[in-house]
Design a protein around this ligand. Structure first.
Ligand SMILES: Nc1ncnc2c1ncn2[C@@H]1O[C@H](COP(=O)(O)OP(=O)(O)OP(=O)(O)O)[C@@H](O)[C@H]1O
Length: 380
């Protein structure tokens, strides 16, 4: 049984249906991220879990206890849910020192002064801010203040730590640093962490699992790499990846006994039939920019394209290529020297392709194990 279960959650604000049948299981020790665009219901789900909001329908189970049941109107208070919260705005007490802010979390617990001091110092040490313990929040940078807020949340040793966009007020450089810090902290504490963000890089780099939200629903729950390689829906394929996925209009038809043929601006691609889970004719083909290789000289089975723009970024080069009606985005490691308007020859990696039913947006190819990928034949 999962450590945390959200089952059939439905939530309304007045008449607005903001959560639509949310189902999710979170294992103990997971770093689960709720990812999605603004307004899709991530924070509301987190607040239901924390006990700061109530749902009309559905239950929430933490450990072996039902902490919220919409229909039965049972809602355990936040203090009985073994969790703590870190918000975007650090919510520190301005008149208290760092030490006092963190020890405040321990108030009400029967601990002597020495124990309190020890616990606070351990938390501050973990966040590498022990040297600032006598300072006031106004004497700290944004990043340091957020560290205090996290130290205050972990000092009570909660089993679950909820973090709502905790890094969004920090500048880009600090955000990158804090990502690594949070990941290290998760590894060290083994606390179950649930993290809300709309930043897909943050989600990809830190999480053990990601739940992708869209318009009050969860579209996919998966490990980051699985989510990246096999988005199960066009909306997820659009949302995950930077630079973005390439989308091509395509048709998929049976081609003999054992293959299907996918026709698009990438030419005719033949794949083993076992690759598709459902034979749909009107499809969208996706390919990641790094799965497109470019050659200046003609290659067998390559399609011809024209270079539109070259965007060198030092470690990588983004190349825009006109290919039939499609404008493709390719990513090359290092410096790519291509002249605008020159002709190039491109190939795609078979294992980087996915196809989606245009009508429903659902992925209609299987996730194949690495060992099966050699069974796929691709040629144009
Ligand atoms: N207290 C509230 N009263 C009325 N509507 C609300 C309230 N809180 C959230 N909503 C609405 O519920 C929907 C979901 O909001 P929520 O904050 O969960 O989204 P989110 O995905 O966390 O977005 P963001 O990343 O912008 O915080 C939005 O349409 C929002 O306007």
């Amino acid at each position: 049984m999962a450590f945390i279960t959200l089952q059939g959650l439905n939530k309304y604000f007045d008449k607005q249906h903001v959560l639509k049948d949310i189902n999710l299981e979170i294992e103990e020790g997971d770093f689960m991220t709720f990812l999605g665009p603004s307004g899709c219901g991530k924070t509301t789900t987190l607040r239901l879990l924390a006990g700061l909001e109530t749902q009309e329908e559905g239950i929430i189970v933490i450990g072996d206890k039902i902490v919220a049941d919409g229909k039965a109107h049972i809602f355990a208070p936040p203090a009985e849910r073994q969790l703590n919260l870190v918000f975007q705005n650090y919510a520190l007490w301005p008149h208290m020192t760092v030490f006092e802010n963190v020890s405040f979390g321990l108030e009400g617990r029967k601990l002597n002064k020495k124990e309190i001091q020890r616990k606070v110092e351990i938390s501050l040490e973990k966040l590498q801010i022990l040297t600032y313990k006598d300072r006031y929040p106004s004497e700290l940078s944004g990043g340091q203040q957020q560290r205090v807020a996290i130290a205050r949340a972990i000092v009570t040793e909660p089993k679950i730590l909820l973090l709502d966009e905790p890094l969004s007020n920090l500048d880009a450089k600090l955000r990158v640093e804090m990502r690594a810090e949070l990941k290290r902290l998760h590894h060290e504490l083994k606390t179950t962490m649930i993290y809300v963000t709309h930043d897909q890089i943050e989600a990809m780099t830190m999480s053990t699992k990601i739940a992708v939200f869209s318009e009050g629903r969860i579209l996919q729950v998966d490990k980051p790499i699985q989510l990246y390689q096999y988005p199960n829906h066009l909306t997820v394929a659009q949302f995950i990846g930077n630079p973005a996925n390439n989308f091509l209009d395509a048709t998929c038809k049976e081609h003999g006994q054992t293959t299907v043929q996918i026709q698009s601006d990438l030419g005719k691609i033949e794949m083993s039939k076992q690759w598709v889970s459902e034979l749909v004719e009107d499809v969208v083909l996706t390919v990641r920019p790094e799965d497109i290789s470019i050659s200046k000289t003609p290659l067998k089975n390559a399609v011809t394209g024209t270079i539109k723009t070259v965007l060198p970024a030092g470690s990588e080069t983004i190349v825009h290529i006109r290919c039939g009606e499609s404008l493709l985005l390719a990513k090359e490691i290092g410096v790519g020297n291509y002249l605008p308007d020159s002709t190039v020859y491109i190939k795609v990696k078979a294992e980087g392709l996915n196809i989606y039913d245009r009508a429903t947006g659902a992925r209609v190819n299987h996730v194949l194990e690495q060992s099966h990928q050699t069974d796929l034949h691709v040629y144009v």
